[in-house]
Design a protein around this ligand. Structure first.
Ligand code: E4P
Length: 222
């Protein structure tokens, strides 16, 4: 299972990249809003420049989300975003209009990430429309007392049954157990907030071991 980072924060992306574990990046308008100092002054061009900066750090797929609600608008935005770099993936919601846009982008060989997937049928529709990735949101489902990972398992199984092409990105990850569960059910990718990537690394026995080895190594004179 590959690791993507779920953030628009350049420092976080750079840090995860340096760890050598980063295969891609996902962003969404809420993640972009977090890194903007002055929302009133933030322009479409600034958004594109930011996506470009991310693409300069990471070679792998970088999802940039369209915000128009109609297919024509999504297509216009997506075409501009796709020009930024070869690794830009156009993120479209699984709405009627989003499926139309995904179908168009597929015809143009432009990669897409079908986002806001909350049901197996939405994933099937996105696959048939030609999405390159589908993103089931596990945390948001868990938040409303549904079983997010059960949905991921359904989607992975269905795609394997029929050799559907989209890769499954487990999104809306909240904690390290989500990452383990995503790998156990055979998801292709987990997109993980930086704070959770740090948690994956953390273990008190590792910290204790490093401390003790460092103390014991101090007996050596150099
Ligand atoms: C990524 O593609 C999604 O937009 C993101 O994981 C959503 O996460 P959230 O539910 O924590 O906002």
């Amino acid at each position: 299972m590959q690791f993507f980072i779920d953030t628009a924060n350049l420092a976080e992306i750079g840090a995860a990249h340096q760890m050598g574990v980063l295969a891609g990046v996902t962003t969404n308008p809420s993640l972009i809003a977090k890194i903007v100092d002055d929302p009133a002054a933030f322009t479409w061009q600034m958004f594109k420049d930011h996506i470009s900066q991310i693409c300069q750090i990471v070679d792998g797929p970088v999802s940039a989300e369209v915000t128009a609600l109609d297919a024509d608008g999504m297509i216009a935005e997506g075409e501009e975003l796709a020009e930024i770099a070869e690794n830009v993936v156009i993120k479209c919601p699984v709405t009627m209009e989003g499926l139309k846009a995904i179908t168009y982008f597929d015809s143009q060989d432009i990669a897409t990430n079908a986002t806001l997937v909350f049901s197996a049928n939405q994933a099937l529709l996105a696959a048939n429309a030609g999405a390159s990735y589908v993103s089931p949101f596990v945390g948001r489902l868990d938040d409303v007392s549904s079983d997010g990972m059960a949905l991921v398992k359904q989607i992975v199984t269905m795609f394997k049954n029929y050799d559907y092409m989209p890769e499954v990105i487990v999104a809306s990850i909240r904690h390290p157990q989500h990452v383990i569960d995503a790998a156990m059910v055979g998801a292709d990718i987990a997109t993980i907030p930086y704070s959770v990537i740090r948690q994956l690394l953390s273990h008190p026995l590792t910290d204790q071991g490093v401390k003790k080895f460092t103390e014991d190594a101090a007996i050596m004179k150099k």
